[in-house]
Design a protein around this ligand. Structure first.
Ligand code: NAD
Length: 470
């Protein structure tokens, strides 16, 4: 046996990970044909859109797709054909938190992984390297192997690898071009190590070999959960300190700067905010909590659970600060929410702090004017309907106005809440905004984005995370 030279790749799942990751592989590996498949026809149609109106917004992505689509990059709904033709299969399907049943609210829902795995077993007619790209609980590869071996035709061999993705939305293309590391986990058998070598060779088209880490399967699976848990823990730690700053007069930026100078701590990921969002942090920590509980490690589970609880506390603490500052009532007041995406440079709204804030404001019977430069209107209504199940959508639509610019959203408002750190919110014409608002005019900066001193001089009453009022 020797490592297979990969010539055809299929990626099952054309989402935020599968799409950009495999588009970059196609661009960097012109000798490999890459097909990205998905059951979602609308998504695939958008990936094939002639005007490049792709289904996800990610800076630089259009250029990558434009450079190789139709040459060695293809998007298709024909999952079976993609599987049959490929020698390496990325499984990049969604693994959301389970909504009901055993482990509901904590465990990963592995239904999509299982269905994709069963499809591979059903249609494969030759040997395949099957790569977990999705974030999965530790030892998922074992379940995949059991399913594959029980269902596949006897002359097919499957080698399973774990290759978790560490890209961050908003910087995905740069993260993929210059990854801190590529992690590949395999069984430490001759076949497993060969498969690992085959995938390493794909990445080595552009990633320096010393950045390609090869480890055992279970270490690789756990490392992804651990990395996200540690990142989220840093945010919850700085946010916990921000509450102390607000109560004492210390300034969270100064504290973060001071502690970040310690080379053991480092300056990154120490920005206080209204809380983390996105599809991964909360889900992956809860997954770790569930894993710890199932391993009979309740203290370990409680430790990680606290990171998520702190995040929820930060969001509700911020919403309460808005209400308290507006003389303890926001009923019938117009509140402007700037930003709906969970972070800047993405249209993704999953677990966005803006959703929680708007839900809390709606409960207080406020009127909302909302503006986000990327998120589509239909997505906003869907998210708000899910977040407020007791409010009929017609009522939500009466209370929430979606605007097409910050200026429009701020007109006639009592307060502005900055929920997403879009750069354009930094350069708003604040003088003009001030004139158009009811007085006193309040700004609540949930992302430490605006110049507090400048806005205060204009006349705004500014509240920021981790600082007392000036
Ligand atoms: P996503 O929901 O955007 O995309 C998943 C896609 O898989 C969907 O389009 C869905 O239709 C498709 N799919 C599901 N089952 C399928 C099947 N059987 N056959 C074909 N297509 C199928 O999800 P995502 O954000 O791309 O995340 C994918 C995985 O990567 C998750 O496990 C996630 O935790 C992990 N991850 C996400 C990020 C991120 O920033 N979004 C970063 C790192 C890792």
């Amino acid at each position: 046996m020797s490592p297979v030279r990969v010539q055809k790749i299929v990626c099952i799942g054309a989402g935020y990970v599968g799409g950009p990751t495999c588009a970059v592989i196609a661009q960097k590996c012109p000798d490999i044909t890459v097909t990205i498949v998905d059951l979602n026809e609308a998504r695939i149609k958008a990936w094939n859109d002639e005007e490049y109106r792709l289904p996800i917004y990610e800076p630089g992505l259009v250029d990558v797709v434009r450079s190789c689509r139709g040459k060695n990059l293809f998007f298709s709904t024909d999952v079976d054909k993609g599987i049959q033709e490929a020698d390496l299969i990325f499984v990049s399907v969604n693994t959301p938190t389970k909504k009901s049943g055993v482990g509901a609210g904590f465990a990963a829902d592995l239904n999509y992984i299982e269905l994709a795995t069963r499809r591979i077993a059903a249609v494969a007619t030759s040997n395949k390297i099957v790569v977990e790209k999705s974030t999965v609980p530790c030892r998922t590869a074992e379940s995949m192997r059991t399913i594959l071996e029980a269902n596949a035709s006897p002359n097919c061999r499957f080698d399973i690898l774990s290759n978790p993705e560490f890209l961050a939305e908003g910087t995905a293309i740069n993260d993929l071009y210059k990854p801190d590391r590529v992690l590949i986990g395999s069984l430490q058998t001759p076949e497993g190590l060969d498969a690992c070598q085959s995938l390493s060779d794909v990445y080595a088209h552009w990633v320096p070999r010393e950045r390609i880490l090869t480890v055992g399967l279970w270490s690789s699976e756990l490392s992804k959960l651990a990395a996200n848990a540690m990142l989220a823990q840093r945010i919850s730690s700085i946010n916990a300190l921000s509450a102390i700053c607000e109560a004492t007069g210390a300034n969270i930026d100064e504290v973060a700067n001071a502690i970040g100078y310690d080379s053991r701590i480092g300056p990154k990921f120490l920005k206080a905010s209204v809380g983390f969002g996105g599809s991964c942090f909360q889900k992956d920590i809860l997954n770790l909590v569930y894993l710890s509980e199932s391993l009979h490690l309740p203290e370990v589970a409680a430790y990680w659970r606290q990171v998520v609880e702190m995040n929820e506390h930060q969001k509700s603490r911020f919403a309460k600060r808005v209400v308290d500052t507006l003389f303890n009532t926001i009923t019938n007041k117009r509140i402007t929410v700037l930003g709906f995406a969970f972070k800047a440079d993405t249209g993704d709204t999953r677990e966005s702090a803006a959703i929680t804030l708007i839900r809390d404001f709606l409960k207080e019977k406020a009127n909302i004017s909302l503006y986000d430069p990327q998120v589509e209107e239909a997505q906003i209504w869907q998210d708000l309907a899910e977040a407020c199940p007791s409010l009929p959508l017609e009522n939500i639509k009466k209370q929430v106005k979606i605007c097409s610019s910050s200026l429009e959203a701020c007109e006639g408002a009592e307060a502005i809440v900055i929920a997403t750190e879009w750069k354009e919110f930094k350069v708003i014409d604040w003088e003009k905004v001030y004139k158009s608002m009811n007085k006193p005019a309040f700004v609540f900066d949930g992302r430490l984005l605006v110049d507090e001193v400048k806005l205060t001089k204009i006349g705004f009453k500014v509240t920021t995370i981790g600082r007392g009022t000036l």
